[in-house]
Design a protein around this ligand. Structure first.
Ligand code: CP
Length: 316
């Protein structure tokens, strides 16, 4: 795999899910594959799971791993062409990406949606520019429109817990006080769409996800009806899409409760984390055996290790 920016870089999603599950069973089996190779992790935004799981995944493959929180520790980056750089930005992405490439064999990048300009976010302006300037493979640790490492871990978790070949999976919007990107629900819908699962999406008006990511999914505006018979309930907040990037609803009736989970087929509760307790989901659900959020987070390590392994094999 020459890069991992989105599902488009994955020839066979099911095969990669099973590769990640194989890595999970024996994570030390490839501990020399990345010897003398360096992974550079570049964060424009905060992280807990992605940072730690990616670092561990690189180490398990024998890689040297460097981490930089550019937003806190680096220079402000300019991305525009022909800009007179007499404002806040001290460095252009053109030099930054090429310099980082000098020190690394693989670069992993996190750069969230700005939620100001829908077209800018849809075009993945920052990620695309960075990839264009970098001279080594780039891995997406969450970009404006996607979080494919999370989606791979989510599919692993569903695979481990499913009891039918075609589980009913519900992606439900849930309330949150701040405007969040659509990257996680986009990727979850897109990757589940490549599996045998039946996907139902439910959300309030104004929150329709980009159809580029939701092909094949059904939409049910009534959350309770959507949850009926669900094998998996994936709760996530995302900001509105029409208009773009706003908090249109804070309706607590969309929070996942034990009562709502009782509508499901003894469904498992999923969330990518971090999660706001008693806003997105109640304590009772999150602390119950139906919650598999910690296993999802654990699978982030092996999902990333499988992806790094593929990229290292491509580098040779
Ligand atoms: N799910 C996830 O990506 O978590 P972090 O933002 O903490 O990395």
């Amino acid at each position: 795999m020459k890069q991992f920016l989105s599902i488009n870089d994955v020839p066979d999603v099911s095969e990669l899910v099973h590769q990640a599950l194989t890595v999970k069973r024996n994570p030390d089996a490839w501990k020399e594959l990345g010897l003398y190779k360096t992974l550079g992790m570049i964060f424009m935004n905060p992280s807990l799971r992605t940072r730690l799981s990616t670092q561990k995944a690189g180490n398990s493959l024998g890689m040297n791993v460097m981490v930089m929180n550019v937003a806190q520790d680096g220079w402000n980056l300019e991305t525009g062409d022909g800009v007179v750089m007499d404002g806040d930005a001290q460095e252009h992405i053109r030099e930054a990406a090429r310099v980082i490439s000098q020190y690394c064999d693989i670069i992993a990048l996190r750069s969230f949606a700005r939620l100001k300009n829908q077209e800018e976010d849809r075009s993945e302006a920052f990620l695309t520019r960075f990839v264009d300037e970098a001279t080594v493979p780039v891995i997406n640790m969450e970009s404006a429109t996607g979080h494919p490492l999370q989606a791979l871990a989510d599919l692993m978790t569903i695979e481990e817990h499913r009891s039918t070949t075609a589980p009913r999976v519900v992606l439900t919007w849930a309330p949150h006080p701040r405007a969040l990107p659509q990257a996680v629900p986009n990727s979850f819908a897109q990757w589940v769409g490549k599996s045998d699962a039946e996907l139902i999406i439910t959300h309030p008006e104004g929150y329709t996800l980009d159809p580029e990511f939701t092909a094949g999914a059904a939409f049910e505006p009534d959350q309770n009806r959507a949850l009926e018979g669900a094998d998996f309930v994936y709760a996530k907040n995302w900001s509105s899409t029409t208009p773009y990037g706003e908090v249109l609803s804070r309706d607590r009736d969309w929070m996942i409760t034990e009562e709502k989970m009782s509508l499901t087929n003894q469904g498992k509760f999923m969330h990518c984390l971090p999660v706001r307790r008693n806003v997105i989901v109640t304590d009772e659900v999150l602390d119950s055996p139906t919650s598999i959020v910690i296993e999802q987070a654990a699978n982030r390590e092996f999902a990333t290790q499988a992806v790094l392994k593929r990229v290292l094999e491509w580098i040779g």
